[in-house]
Design a protein around this ligand. Structure first.
Ligand code: FEO
Length: 162
């Protein structure tokens, strides 16, 4: 059984992960407008991963006899000025998510909820990867130049993501 505090915190995170999915779906649509199909595909996979993160929390709440309460998902931004700006936002967003996960870990510790603490360790590791991927792509865009004409090779590379 989850404490009310942990249950509410996990439900908030379901919403935030769904928002991340929605944000990255919007970014995928933006890359379609630039005809950067590899970037769009990379972002689409990212959107699916975020939904999977939401579902991990969702399934866990139910497994602990908690109640899932879904809330409104905020509309994400729809326009950016360049591919580089999109990835800077991804990096900043993932850093914010890391803070949220750390905060959840703090709550699990305060509530002496060892099972939740254990589940969150997967997310702690995942955030290391999420931040590293975003930072690496930001650097690559800076290196080649943040204009669509220079990004076709990188587009090809990002298209390989499965
Ligand atoms: Fe669900 Fe990108 O963190």
């Amino acid at each position: 059984m989850l404490s009310k505090t942990v249950e509410e915190a996990l439900n908030r995170q379901v919403n935030r992960e769904l928002y991340s999915s929605y944000l990255y779906l919007g970014m995928s649509a933006y890359f379609e407008t630039l005809n950067l199909k590899g970037f769009a595909g990379w972002m689409m996979i990212q959107a699916k991963e975020e939904r999977a993160h939401a579902m991990k929390f969702y399934d866990y709440i139910i497994a602990r006899q908690g109640k899932v309460v879904l809330d409104t998902i905020e509309a994400p931004k729809a326009k950016w000025t360049s591919a580089g700006k999109v990835f800077e936002e991804v990096y900043a967003h993932e850093q914010k998510v890391t803070g949220m996960i750390n905060n959840l870990v703090d709550i699990a510790i305060r509530e002496k909820d060892h099972a939740t603490f254990e589940v969150l360790q997967w997310f702690v590791k995942e955030q290391v990867e999420e931040e590293a991927n975003a930072a690496m792509i930001c650097e690559k865009i800076k290196t080649v130049g943040d204009v669509p004409g220079h990004l076709f090779y990188l587009d090809h590379e990002l298209a390989k993501r499965k």
